[in-house]
Design a protein around this ligand. Structure first.
Ligand code: ATP
Ligand code: MG
Length: 329
């Protein structure tokens, strides 16, 4: 396997995939509508946070997985740590704050699919990350780091991520990047330069929508892919919502996977589950086609369940889903 020119990511045996960032609970309004200005029914708390969803799916797929994050000393924290632990994520570098509560997001869908949020992240434990002894011990044995664009919203997560990338790359590890960015965010402060520097360090990029063009600075697909390969990116997996996904490797290898036909109950977390499965599969040595199929299945299965990580699947569950579910032609 080691001589395979499309083997982009460090093998699972080098050490776990780690991600750094927000761990939250999500509390979802039971009925669609606008905002939260009158009493309504909610369901939750569900474990959430883009990095947490990603790493949970990575572990469920069978990849070695760990997270650097922080929760409060409260039940919302336990909801997350128990789930991540149950699913096989190394939680040794999740700090428990006695001063700040676990981060939270209240969400309500509108009839047109758009969402209203009330967040408590910036003033929660989720924003209080520190490079502790436990973080040091974890990072020095990780084989891969997955970076979420949401890291730009947290100075503490950004500082840890930058240092962790250097440590992991120095020991032969690799890096993947899910831009998870909106154009409006990029123009904030130094985000544009930081983002460009991060793209240049990425071995694997996992964009959706306009993120491919934002990363490349080019606004058509094939030229954007070429530009990114010239910047050192080795592999790009493009997420296309209900239409599935495509992957391109700079060796010239590429693959397409049509979307699975499912009834969408809750679209939150699809991209994160796709990424968690794709990265795990590639690090376990699977070819691009197979990783893409698992990524698609993870994203599609997750949208069929209410709650952002409730549909993350084990390898057996995803194999079963692939066998039973029709695809768009
Ligand atoms: P997010 O909204 O979580 O940021 P994203 O934009 O990063 O998501 P998507 O393209 O929405 O990523 O979803 C990731 C993958 O999940 C898709 O490539 C697809 O395979 C699958 N998926 C998402 N939504 C659907 C759907 N409605 N039907 C079938 N598959 C879906
Ligand atoms: Mg996304």
């Amino acid at each position: 396997m080691t001589n395979d020119p499309t083997q982009t990511l460090a093998p699972d045996s080098l050490g776990p995939t780690v991600t750094v960032g927000e761990i939250l609970v999500e509390i979802v309004a039971s009925k669609a509508g606008a905002g939260f200005r009158e009493p309504i029914e909610f369901i939750g708390p569900f474990p959430s946070g883009a990095p947490a969803i990603f790493i949970d799916q990575c572990a469920r797929m069978g990849g070695a997985a760990a997270i650097v994050g922080a929760v409060g000393d409260d039940d919302f924290g336990v909801v997350n740590t128990e789930r991540l632990k149950r699913d096989g994520v190394d939680i040794s570098a999740i700090a428990v704050s006695s001063d700040f509560p676990t981060g939270s997001a209240f969400v309500r869908y509108r009839k047109d699919g758009s969402r209203d949020f009330v967040y408590n992240i910036a003033k929660s434990a989720a924003a209080r990350l520190e490079w502790t002894r436990e973080v040091e011990a974890l990072i020095t044995r990780c084989g891969h780091i997955h970076v979420m664009g949401t890291v730009f919203a947290s100075p503490a997560a950004w500082a840890i991520t930058e240092h962790a990338i250097a440590v992991i790359k120095a020991r032969g590890g690799t890096m993947s990047l899910d831009p998870n960015l909106r154009k409006e965010l990029l123009t904030h402060g130094q985000t544009e330069e930081k983002f460009a520097a991060l793209v240049d360090k990425a071995d694997l990029l996992l964009p959706s929508g306009e993120e491919l063009f934002l990363a490349a600075g080019v606004d058509t697909e094939q030229p954007a892919i070429k530009a990114l390969f010239n910047h050192g990116v080795k592999e790009i997996a493009i997420k296309r919502g209900k239409d599935g996904s495509s992957a391109y490797h700079r060796s010239g290898a590429h693959a397409q996977c049509p979307g699975f036909l499912v009834d969408e109950t809750d679209p939150t977390g699809a991209g994160d589950c796709f990424g968690g499965a794709y990265v795990a599969c590639r690090r376990l040595g699977m070819p691009i086609e197979r990783a893409l199929e698992f990524g698609n299945a993870a994203g599609a299965r997750n949208v069929t369940r209410l709650g952002p990580m409730e549909g993350a699947g084990t390898r057996a569950e995803l194999e079963d889903f692939i066998a039973r579910t029709a695809r768009r032609s």
